[in-house]
Design a protein around this ligand. Structure first.
Ligand code: ADP
Ligand code: ZN
Length: 424
């Protein structure tokens, strides 16, 4: 849809949605009244900035049903966040909301080359987590043959992948990397499977990790983004040009703000992503602060889609570590590890000793690297520490550890242990 037409559509939907929320969600009505805004003040997308923000704290305050905008009897499903950063948040859906969400996931599958000819192996977790049911519903909508594997049981994942000839794999990137590693251990070559594409998301991953996964599985790896608060995965997805994720803007209005001041930033600026859901009935969040840090661009995409693209989020504002005064994202360390020839199996430990922050990076060696002599390993540790210092500007202590000693993740990987919090 041409941009002008899209904006017109968004404006019409926004006006309706604000009225719906004002009428049915007393909590948000109060916030609007405190800000002195009425639904009549919102005549289109240009007025969006007048509305108050919502944050995860608001969702915790109104837990469980304080954001409900329709009678509970109209709802057909509840899902919940994975609780990566604290108490779980729940989301509720009408049948219309489920259809809308599955439509978004279906678009992601089609963008990755999926059709009714495909066999889609879904190994995101099923249950309260949105990953499994989202991609499952999307795959049904496309008409693909859906394998509802859920996460875990790697042996069975591999057996079904091979026997049933799965063509599209859906899971977290950390689990995709683990599957690649497990296939290799069992003597499979990347060309032995029938996979052509993977749709990986739910956690940050780097371009380096993408190349690794593409090589080990012999596929093209597509990024997919979403959060429970906006439905689940599928809010944004990559097309075949892999140059940022197209946001499903006909359903979700995106803004970038300065996380400190709340000021809306112009296109191309790096900041916090904020979403307004234009069509959701049961849980229609307006100006929801995701805490994910990214950049939006409207530059023309070669695929022909006109929807705005978001860069891979580097991580959430609350994933960012401040070590000796320097801002550090775990993804920066991951980039260096892969560039230096290590697999993305690592753990970052931050602590405090003698009033100074310490940074320890535990990195797993591959079996062929492990045969090195002790002095060989010390040399490698120093070299890697040097490369991380160049990237971050601070000195880490690198520990190369034996193969298989860092726990693998079937869902979202936990990479950071911040022990400083224990001393606070
Ligand atoms: P939780 O906040 O408990 O992890 P969710 O399961 O709803 O809850 O996860 C949503 C979050 O996951 C997003 O806000 C974002 O931080 C992260 N995320 C999801 N997809 C991606 C992706 N493709 N790249 C980076 N981060 C992602
Ligand atoms: Zn595109």
């Amino acid at each position: 849809m041409p941009y002008e037409q899209l904006r017109q559509l968004q404006s019409e939907k926004l006006v309706k949605q604000v009225k719906h929320v004002y009428k049915n969600v007393p909590y948000y009505r109060d916030l609007m009244q405190k800000k002195g805004v009425t639904p009549e003040d919102i005549r289109g997308v240009d007025d969006l900035y007048k509305l108050p923000f919502l944050s995860k704290a608001d969702l915790r305050d109104t837990y469980p049903y304080g954001m409900l905008a329709v009678p509970l009897s109209e709802c057909v499903r509840i899902q919940s966040t994975s609780g990566t950063t604290g108490k779980r948040v729940i989301a509720y859906y009408t049948q219309h909301d489920i259809d809308l969400w599955e439509e978004c996931c279906a678009r992601a599958i089609v963008a990755a080359g999926g059709s009714k000819e495909d066999i889609v192996q879904v190994c995101y977790g099923y249950g309260l987590f949105t990953g499994g049911s989202g991609l499952h519903g999307g795959s049904h909508k496309v008409g693909s043959l859906t394998l509802p594997m859920s996460s875990g049981n790697t042996e069975r994942q591999i057996q079904f992948m091979m026997d049933l000839k799965s063509t599209i794999l859906c899971c977290t990137p950390s689990y995709a990397a683990y599957l690649g590693e497990s296939l290799k251990e069992r003597g499979y070559k990347p060309t032995d499977n029938h996979l052509k594409a993977g749709i990986f998301g739910a956690e940050p991953w780097t371009e380096e990790m993408r190349r690794d996964i593409e090589k080990s599985l012999g596929i093209k790896a597509y990024d997919i983004y979403g959060l429970t608060e906006t439905s689940g995965p599928g809010v944004a997805f990559e097309c075949e040009y892999q140059c940022g994720m197209h946001i499903n803007e006909d359903h979700f209005l995106a803004e970038i703000i300065d996380p400190d001041t709340g000021e809306v930033l112009p296109e191309g600026s790096r900041g916090e992503l904020v979403f307004t859901s234009l069509d959701k009935e049961a849980f229609p969040l307006l100006r929801y602060r995701t805490r994910d840090i990214t950049v939006l661009t409207r530059e023309k995409c070669a695929c022909g889609r006109t929807h705005v693209r978001m860069k891979k989020p580097m991580g959430r504002s609350d994933d960012m570590l401040i070590i000796r005064g320097v801002n550090v994202f775990p993804s920066q360390i991951e980039t260096v590890l892969i560039q230096e020839g290590y697999a993305p199996n690592y753990r970052i430990e931050v602590d405090r000793a003698n009033n100074s922050d310490t940074l320890d990076v535990y990195v797993e060696l591959a079996p062929e690297q492990f045969s090195d002599t002790v002095s060989g390993i010390t040399t490698r540790e120093r070299a890697l520490a040097g490369a991380i210092k160049t990237m971050l500007g601070i000195n880490p202590v690198v520990h190369l550890v034996p193969p298989k000693t860092i726990e693998r993740s079937e869902g979202k990987a936990v990479r950071v242990v911040d022990k400083r919090k224990l001393h606070d």
